[in-house]
Each structure stands twice: as structure tokens, then as C-alpha cells.
Design a protein around this ligand. Sequence first.
Ligand code: ADP
Ligand code: MG
Length: 333
Amino acid sequence: MAHPAPARDAAHPAIPGEFDLIARYFRRPARRAVLGVGDDCALLQALPGQQWAVSTDMLVEGRHFFVGTDPYRLGHKALAVNLSDLAAMGAQPHSFLLALALPAADTAWLDAFSRGLLALADAQGIELVGGDTTRGPLNLCITVLGLVPEGLALRRDAARAGDDLWVSGTPGDARLALGHLRGEWTLGPQALQHLLPRLEQPQPRTGLGVGLRGVAHAAIDISDGLLGDLSHVLGASGVGARVDADAVPGSELLAAQPTARRRACQLAGGDDYELLFTAPASQRAEVLRASAQAGVAVARIGCIESEPGLRLHDAQGRDMPADFPSFDHFLQP
Ligand code: ADP
Ligand code: MG
């Protein structure tokens, strides 16, 4: 339902109305849901012994992505950031809802956006079961649902003193690309070709998250910066950590940057959607097995200690300041 009534689409046959638009771009036969798009609610079957992991993330034009961002990549990213939250809980993706505010029913934009969104959905075995569509400033809000066996979710409050601290992938690349787009530094065309997809098409670490069930203690996905997100785990778990800044893996392109920039990107850059997790030292072989099975590299970057706070040092063991700011929507312009 929309108020006031929009301009009638009959006069503009090329422009789909709200219901045509949903049918054309977002409605597909339900496979996992009992009932998918089209009714007042979707119906999902409750499963014995499983818990629903549920999360929502909003992407606002001009804040989370630049005006004019490629719609195919945007469709991918809108879902990827939500899938990353499921991965960080060790949940298997099941279904999702899409709430969409659009300034106009731009068919070329909708076609590319829905292709990017549904290509990732198919690749990850997650199905669109409903949503809401309205006219307004471009705003994308996705709610994901995943399944995790009872008691096996990877929670932020589960880190224990003595755990190893691990990170997946090469954090920092997304921030390096963002710095170029913001004019903070300049990257060559080849570097940019490699780094832009790291910012615009992050790969959710679903397989790794699921593989870490029963192996890892706590996990979080790095959306706002490694140290900032780590501090959420430490706070929730009531513990501290020692981190070796030089043990954080960096891509070749990042390694070629001046040290201060490299460290800032790796330790405080957001948008990587890598997993940061803790696991008992007795599980090292299992962590590496989960990593190999998922095809995602992991590195041990520190350890959890009972003394609260974050202690950062370099490869030589020299203490470093740990006060890299992480991203906060209300503290930063
Ligand atoms: P209601 O008026 O009951 O809220 P809507 O008219 O908003 O229903 O939506 C009709 C159907 O289309 C519902 O099943 C809803 O979940 C689905 N839907 C609406 N927008 C989207 C969207 N962007 N993506 C997927 N499904 C959508
Ligand atoms: Mg509605």
C-alpha cells in the first residue's frame, strides 16, 4: 500500500508499477520456503534442533555507497554484508527479505540490481521470500535468516583467556580502495581494478563460519575495522587481547603502501567482511582444516588474555598505540 497514490503506470507502459516491478524483478518460485513472495507473509518451516539467526543491514545512498554506484555490484554488496553477519554466527543462509526505497522505477537499474542480488543469492543458496517496495530516496534494507544447530552459534561473548585470535583473508584492501575514491591517495589503474571488487563485491565467509561451529569460541565479521570490531568481542566477553600488528596478513598491493597507511587500512579499515574469531589453542588443526575446506586463508594474529584492554605490538615485540579509530556513523562526518 502506498499513500498518496503514485502516477498511474498505464500511461507509461515501460515503467512498471509496484506490483509489476516485484513480479518482474524479485518474484521467483519458492524452493526452501513453504510460501515465498506474494502473500501477506512468507512461511518458513520451523526445524527441530535448529535456531534462526536473524539480522538486518541497511545501505543508504551517499552514506554507505556513492551516488551512481554500479547497480549490479550494489545488489551483490547489499546481500553480502548481511550474509557476512550470518557467517560470523556460524549460520547457514536460508532466506532473506528486501525492503527497497527507489526514487523511480528505473528498469535498467532494477534489472542490474536484481541480477547482482540474485546471483549471489543463488551462489549462497539463500532465497528471497518477501520485502517491501516504496518510492523514496534510494535505500536498501535486507533482513537475512540463517540456521544454526542449537547451542553452536559463534557469539561475541564467548572469547576465553588463552584463546588464539585469528583473522581470515587480507583485511585492509577495501579501505585502500575507498581512500582512492575519496581522494585521500591515488592508486594506479591496475591496482584499482584489483581492489575495487574488494570494496564493492565482498565475498561473505559463509563456508568458513559454518566450518568453525564447535571449533571457534567467539566470532565477529570485520565491517567497521579490525581493532574496533575486536573491541566489541573483548567487551562482550570481559577479556583483553594482545595483537601482533605485523601478523595481520596484507595483500601485495597493501604491502607496497607506506607503513602508516598500510597499518591504518589493516587495523582500522572497514568494509572487509572478513571473520575475526577466537579458538582454543587445542583447536589449531581444526581451524586450519575449516580454512582449507572453505578455501579461505586464516592467520593467527594474537591471543586473548584475562586482563581487559587491547595491547598492540609489532613483529619485534615493540608496543604500539592501539587507538586506531574505527568507523562510527555518529562520530564521523
Ligand atoms: P503488503 O501490502 O501486504 O505489505 P506488499 O504490497 O508490500 O504487501 O507486497 C506484496 C508482496 O510482495 C509481499 O509478499 C511482499 O513480501 C513482496 N514484496 C514486496 N516488495 C518486495 C521486494 N522488494 N522484494 C521481494 N518481495 C517483495
Ligand atoms: Mg508492504
